[in-house]
Design a protein around this ligand. Sequence first.
Ligand SMILES: C[S@@+](CC[C@H](N)C(=O)[O-])C[C@H]1O[C@@H](n2cnc3c(N)ncnc32)[C@H](O)[C@@H]1O
Length: 405
Amino acid sequence: MKDNIAYTNSYELENSYKKAIDDWQHPLHRTCSRLGSFPPELAHYFIQKYSDKGDRVLDPFAGKGTAPLEAYLTDRIGVGNDASPDAYILTHAKVKPSSIEDVEKRLKELENNYDEPDIENVDEDVKIFFSDHNLRQIVYLKRELGDSDLEIFIKSLVLGILHGKGELALSLPMSHSYSMSPSYVEKYSEENDLEKPEKNVFEAVRKKADRVLGRPLKETKGEAYCEEILDLEFDEKFDLIVTSPPYYHALTYAWDNWLRLWFLGHNFKQVREKLIQTSDEEKYENYMKDSLRKMYKWLKPDSACIVVVGDVTKKVTENGEKKKKIINTAERLVEPAKDVGFETDIRIINDEVPEEDKYSDYIESEQGVKIDRILELKKGDPEETEVKTNWKIPFMSSQDTLEDF
Ligand SMILES: C[S@@+](CC[C@H](N)C(=O)[O-])C[C@H]1O[C@@H](n2cnc3c(N)ncnc32)[C@H](O)[C@@H]1O
């Protein structure tokens, strides 16, 4: 216990989400991988613990929409916001998924009307990643797909295969989680004689839909927004917040998703302006304090706010010597959280490497690997429910869940 902070470890939680097998999650979570996402089982655990069916659950930094989708799958109303348009599209697709029949029908129409668009004016950086054959089809989808729920869902499927290594990937083999630098990819592919794939893009999108939908989904009342958090307002309050803000001095979401943003008609430099991304510790803390103030205001009395943040390493020079300084972001947010009104008894759950004795080695390692920490904040005295989920049953064979699907 340090001040009013109680510490524990995610493995020590009763029926911990750390027991979840890989297949436990709904395949829709796998639409598109994106750096900085938390695991669905983490969101599921806290949603079960701190909310009831029918409750409103918010993630104001929703990323690919993990928490809103878990809220939806457990009969809550999942609401997600993210200032980055790629994250908004993925979150929207999670809270308003389409049926496989609707996706197939629309893809057929698009394919039948395909007109081999001109790609001469496409940015040279984009051309590095795709064969002309694939790029034409991608540019066609970029032009044709609009803003209906169905078309946003199809856009999310395209984002999921736009780049990667797998069978459905449309680009030169590269990371699936983030858009790589064009100069690096160009050099690497030349040196390794990599070939740009030629595919039927419509067919690849259809296969992706098959994989992530698997089973029909029920109607949902979820909501998705694309606002800078400090500009966001809600008419209705929430029963729970489960979120993970940008980490101090860490990920560069706009650049990491530049190719996906291109597909959606955005320039990453403009998107970057709207995102919290700073190496100034004071600026970061002030920003987070303003964000926490908003979250406190959006919550109903007696509710919880779960904030996942990681330790980050920062290079500093002390007495002329270069050093790595570890910043425990979760602890840094304790005082700002109390200042905006959260209860003073706060729990921090360390979400660390499996072997108990690895902990200290891990934190002191030169690699600067971060540890995620979960800040359990309370407004009043929220009710807690025992989490009974069986983490060993694959989602697709889960009897509990199948009743509803
Ligand atoms: C750690 S990630 C969230 C990951 C998410 N929990 C998931 O599982 O995918 C933080 C998110 O905050 C978003 N973000 C950054 N600055 C923001 C701002 N000012 N307002 C709203 N969202 C912002 C980023 O685009 C990023 O998706």
